[in-house]
Design a protein around this ligand. Structure first.
Ligand code: 5GP
Ligand code: MN
Length: 342
């Protein structure tokens, strides 16, 4: 038996919103990861039971390893088809906002969703919710948005109807945000949910392999380059830092998603508690930050780069050059590490 995490009135309000709606759109954050995509597709498959016209619109493309998930080919990419997405959104009664809690996380879709008169239901597990939804199901204590989708379906009374496809997508999201149950997964209820997903027919081992072990040779070589040539360890601050320029990425025929997980690698070095990866792209420098224990990666991202996220996994965008970004990190790190705030 699972704890009733989502308040009853929010379950009822969401159920009524689905019943009222003729057309439903599901959106998730930019550079969608397995949890964003898994939660969207899980909900999408679940909504088949309601026979509503349903769409998933994401701000940009999904990584190649996610195309294994059922119906991933039906996901619309706003970057590729902005006009089509806008016209779908214009006629929508209900928008589900998954795995983000701030409209700035969905790029150019943000202002469109903000202006839409459609009812908005948010399901998310990030800290610091910025109010925009009619129904906000915000649970930072839950490891993934996909888990929240599972809980919502159960609470609506549809567990028995949950299909294998829905279960697969939810499982993919839960695996992604826990690194395959390697972290953020001490809650016993996660395993109760996994047991139920397996009973629905999910092949968890195959899914894991597809999600984590189907990368291209180029990615492996890029990883080797990072580890042997780029990684800097600052032992006095228990910190690892590395950056990749667009030029370096191009040498390895970089494709979206290729550097996924790189930032976690230095955390397996004894003594490293904070890892920062700066990746240059056309629009600026994207920062990924990971930490272990009580070191607040999100506070660092927010204080120096206006980003955010979770205590142990956060991100930000820097508008400095790659070198300036790395220099700034090194410059602010000593004081930050001395600070008694963590
Ligand atoms: P990643 O490093 O995987 O891109 O992001 C890790 C986490 O950091 C995400 O789940 C999200 O919570 C947060 N995050 C990533 N990029 C940004 C950003 O640009 N701004 C904010 N506020 N949070 C971010
Ligand atoms: Mn997530």
């Amino acid at each position: 038996m699972l704890t009733k995490v989502i308040p009853e009135e929010k379950v009822v309000a969401t159920y009524k919103a689905i019943q009222r709606a003729k057309r439903i759109v599901i959106v998730a954050h930019k550079r969608p990861d397995g949890d964003a995509i898994g939660s969207c597709l899980g909900l999408y498959h679940f909504l088949y039971s309601f026979e509503r016209e349903t769409f998933i619109i994401l701000p940009d493309a999904i990584p190649a390893n996610m195309t294994i998930l059922p119906s991933s080919s039906e996901i619309l990419n706003f970057e590729l088809e902005p006009e089509k997405c806008k016209s779908i959104l214009a006629e929508t009664d209900l928008i589900f906002c998954l795995d983000f809690n701030n409209l700035s996380r969905i790029g150019d879709l943000g202002p469109i969703i903000a202006q839409s008169t459609a009812e908005k239901v948010m399901l998310d597990h990030h800290l610091d919710y910025e109010p925009f939804a009619d129904v906000a199901i915000s649970h930072p204590e839950i490891a993934s948005t996909s888990e929240l989708v599972f809980r919502l379906i159960c609470r609506m009374g549809y567990f028995a109807d949950m299909t294998q496809q829905t279960a697969e997508c939810i499982c993919a999201g839960m695996l992604t945000d826990t690194g395959g149950l390697a972290y953020n997964s001490n809650s016993p209820e996660i395993y109760t949910i996994f047991a139920e997903l397996l009973r629905k027919g999910v092949d968890k081992d195959a899914l894991y392999r597809h999600l984590f072990n189907t990368y291209k040779e180029n990615r492996m070589r890029l990883m080797g380059y990072v580890l042997s040539q780029k990684l800097e360890i600052l032992p006095e601050y228990n910190t690892a830092i590395f950056g990749l320029s667009e030029k370096e990425l191009m040498k390895f025929n970089y494709e979206k998603g290729d550097t996924e997980g790189f930032v976690n690698l230095p955390l397996s070095i004894n003594g490293v508690k904070f890892s920062i990866f700066a990746r240059e792209d056309k629009t600026g420098v994207k920062l990924s930050l990971r930490s272990v224990g009580s070191f607040p990666a999100n506070k660092f991202a927010n204080q120096f780069f206006g980003g955010g996220g979770h205590l142990n996994a956060s991100g930000a965008e820097s508008n400095l050059s790659l070198q300036e970004t790395i220099d700034k990190i090194k410059q602010v790190l000593p004081d930050f590490c001395k600070s008694p705030t963590y």
